[in-house]
Design a protein around this ligand. Structure first.
Ligand code: ZN
Length: 321
């Protein structure tokens, strides 16, 4: 992509996950004017992973618009610690309290670096360019292999002291529920993530079509065909998400819940029961009537959001409608 112009200043954005490390130069209108991508090296060698980040940054530094870059924004799989500048992504075993911020700053010629969790970054993107645009109080969620999220309150992104605020996936909605890998019980993620939708269906006798894997997408296909076990598994996931959204609405008064990630592709199979359950959990006047809508930005949300979070933190350019 070689656009003829970019509206500056620019932010170099990094989206770091367990499978890929994406980079882009993002202009003040949210356009991606240069891109770079590397697979995330597997295994315990943290320096190899950093090597891939260095390659992405080197490619961005060679781009035409690099001289207009004034900061780097990173959205990373969590947990992150923005206060310490370190990351410990569950699915990047080579990085535990890895000093990502100073390493990236050095590789980017000393530019300021703003780190947030990927849920917060997705929220910044949806608020700037997507389904939460125009809302001053929003919860955005990613429902995928895990469940993450972030908050916009009073018109501003709320990353929290360490960049993890709004992590709705690990709020307990089932006090004596199944143990969650995080150490708690009955978390939203333990009930509503894609792998848990599939696991629950399998436990209750559902089987995927011959030759296909037991994924949430396969459960969704069966549910569309009317399979009662598949429908029940989606309904239970929707119920957990509704309880989490209701808790958030009651705690901080949100007006919209934006849901993205692979599981949200199930569409009405997820959203219809979710809205129904929400009407029973969010009952007080100030918590009722939350709009529940699908996310608008696709795979670029992490990059756009990492740039938006940096722009807001450093007051580079406005990222609200
Ligand atoms: Zn948990």
């Amino acid at each position: 992509m070689h656009p003829d112009s970019a509206t500056g200043p620019l932010v170099a954005a990094l989206d770091i996950g367990g499978t890929k490390i994406a980079g882009a130069l993002v202009d003040s209108e949210g356009r991606l004017v240069a891109r770079a991508l590397r697979p995330t090296p597997a295994g315990p060698d943290g320096d190899r992973v950093m090597g891939a980040v260095d390659e992405v940054l080197a490619e961005l530094r060679a781009a035409q618009y690099w001289p207009a870059v004034v900061a780097v924004g990173i959205g990373s799989a969590g947990p992150v610690d923005a206060a310490q500048g370190t990351v410990s992504p569950v699915n990047v075993p080579g990085w535990r309290e890895f000093p990502l911020v100073p390493r990236v700053s050095a590789a980017a010629g000393g530019l300021p670096v703003i780190l947030t969790g990927d849920g917060v970054a997705m929220t910044a993107a949806e608020h700037w360019q997507g389904a939460a645009r125009g809302y001053d109080n929003a919860l955005c969620m990613v429902v995928s292999t895990g469940v993450g999220g972030g908050l916009v309150l009073g018109g501003a992104l709320l990353p929290g002291p360490t960049g993890n605020a709004g992590h709705i996936g690990h709020i307990s909605v089932d006090l004596d529920g199944d143990p969650c890998p995080c150490g708690s019980r009955g978390c939203v993620e333990r009930i509503a993530s894609g792998p848990n939708i599939a696991r629950r269906a399998v436990e209750q006798g559902w089987r995927p079509a011959a030759g296909t894997e037991p994924t949430a997408a396969a459960v969704a296909a069966s549910a569309r065909a009317g399979d009662p076990v598949a429908l029940a598994s989606f309904d239970r996931a929707a119920q957990a998400l509704a309880a989490g959204i209701a808790a958030t609405a009651t705690l901080v008064e949100i007006h919209v819940a934006v849901i993205g990630g692979g599981v949200s592709a199930a569409g009405p199979l997820l959203f219809d029961p979710l809205r129904e359950h929400l009407s029973h959990y969010a009952t007080l006047s100030f918590a009722a009537g939350v709009d529940v809508v699908p996310a608008k930005l696709g795979t670029d949300a992490g990059l756009v959001g990492a740039a938006a979070a940096a722009a807001q933190a450093l007051q580079l350019f406005p990222t609200t409608a």
